[in-house]
Unconditional design. Structure first.
Length: 267
């Protein structure tokens, strides 16, 4: 007898993977593909670099524009007076998480009349992300964060990902072609603790520049050089968290290209 397969069975047979349709489905190899796809979204985002010294923590980001007619997408968000984040992945998801982080910080400050320890805030965020990897009807957040801040224990640099992991780093890079930046950071991280903020920025910009590639054609959105429009810096220090962008970042770009062991920012 001839076996007639239903259209749904035929469609399932044609799919490359029958285990990625739901966040609660495990593959026979013990993998959750929806989580892996979210991690890939982070890798496709433009690069972010973070590093810290004994006094400051810094994030440096590469910003993209949708077209020549659009502005550059902001990738650094302030959370409270001493904390900020840099994002790689889906910006819309990042805005939701940034709003949640601000609310958590304000609630803690209202109840305890002090700044929340950054490690505790990051752990709460990781727990929130993990819930979205185990409940049906949810999807993982498609964004990775580099979180910098200063609390009573000093400066911190953390990374969180869609799987709910969180890590404490001395230096880290995420996003597209971030391995090139991590290679640079691995060669120089031993000197970071004793550096001043200007030299820390110089290393951040040089690491970010390692992620650039030559444009293939005029339609390529990825920049092939750093300028005052396509990059931004977030600085967390004892005086608070500030974002440097636009014309204010040009002096750092000029000093970086001048070379030398230390930055010369004299007017």
């Amino acid at each position: 007898d001839q076996v007639v397969m239903s259209p749904s069975v035929v469609l399932l047979a044609m799919l490359p993977n029958n285990y990625d349709g739901d966040i609660t489905t495990w593959s026979p190899q013990g993998r959750i593909f929806q989580v892996e796809y979210a991690l890939e979204a982070v890798k496709l985002g433009s690069a972010c670099v973070g590093l810290k010294s004994n006094t400051h923590a810094i994030v440096c980001v590469l910003q993209r524009s949708a077209s020549k007619l659009s502005s550059y997408q902001e990738k650094i968000f302030d959370i409270d007076s001493h904390t900020g984040i840099a994002i790689s992945g889906l910006t819309a998801d990042a805005r939701i998480l940034a709003k949640w982080l601000r609310t958590e910080s304000l609630n803690y400050k209202y109840v305890y009349e002090s700044q929340q320890p950054l490690g505790r805030l990051v752990q709460k965020l990781a727990d929130k992300s993990q819930v979205h990897t185990q409940k049906a009807g949810h999807r993982p957040y498609g964004v990775g964060l580099l979180i910098v801040g200063v609390d009573k224990k000093g400066p911190h640099l953390y990374e969180t990902d869609p799987a709910g992991n969180c890590f404490d780093y001395r230096a880290q890079a995420i996003g597209d072609r971030s391995q090139s930046a991590r290679t640079y950071l691995e060669k120089h991280f031993a000197s970071f603790p004793e550096l001043g903020v200007d030299d820390l920025i110089r290393h951040a910009l040089k690491a970010l520049r390692e992620t650039l590639v030559e444009k293939k054609n005029e339609k390529d959105r990825d920049p092939d050089a750093l300028d005052a429009d396509n990059c931004a810096i977030g600085i967390a220090g004892p005086d608070g968290f500030t974002v440097v962008k636009g014309d204010d970042i040009q002096k750092y770009l000029d000093a970086m290209d001048a070379g030398g062991d230390t930055m010369d920012l004299d007017e």
